[in-house]
Design a protein around this ligand. Sequence first.
Ligand SMILES: [Zn+2]
Ligand SMILES: [Zn+2]
Length: 277
Amino acid sequence: MQLLSQVQASLVSLAWDSVRLCAWLILLMVIFVPLEKFFALHTQKVFRKSFGADLLFYFVSSLLPKLILILPLTLIAKATHYFLPASFYESIASWPLLIRALAGLVVGEIGAYWGHRWSHENQFLWRFHSIHHDAEELDWLVHTRAHPVDMVFTRLCALVPMYLLGLAQPMADRVDLVPVLVTIAATMWGFFIHSNISWRLGWLEGLISSPAFHHWHHTNDGPEVVNKNYSTMLPWLDKCFGTYYLPQSWPGKYGINAPEPPVDSLGAITDSATPLA
Ligand SMILES: [Zn+2]
Ligand SMILES: [Zn+2]
């Protein structure tokens, strides 16, 4: 009976998650479809090629990683609470929410930066991440075009350092707001930087990522300009780690048929049929 009620509760939760995703989808379309029409960077259709597949990715990539991550994140949370003293968590928890959220954003972004970079430099990870780079037309929905393994790996890279540094405290009595706020901010910004919007943000582009910054991440203009701009929100991280590239122009084309093979994270050129974008 207990198992049956657990299955029932999981199904109810899944149904509510699906309803919530439909509501978000409507909101995102209301925001981005008019913006992409009036400030279009490239002339392209709303229901472009692969729109249906990307819509499927939107639901799968939103629902599956959450289910898959429950177990590893619970284990990591229990392990860190076992090894680190309670006073450490209490002192971090006493910081104002804004400071904890900003610290969580920077720490999570550093983790996500390296997770993303490894997904380009490691042949095994690239197999999953290349699905995201397969898009030849960019718009807001391409943000969700990701294999669940890719989503889980990058999210783990972002969340684990936050857990280790006490910025995420899932074992606390109250709701743990910091990872929720950071994940929502990064997700919403992710839709914006993929969008087909021609806005440039001036000097702000060195501080926070823009569509141009991430469009250059998707470029297929040649080996000298690929593998740049890994950060989701903080381009200065790319400046720190030597991967920043943002001219005043926009990429000429997107996709992954550039003739460069992946470079393994240990530095060896790996032989692969899937070229690196
Ligand atoms: Zn990438
Ligand atoms: Zn992207």
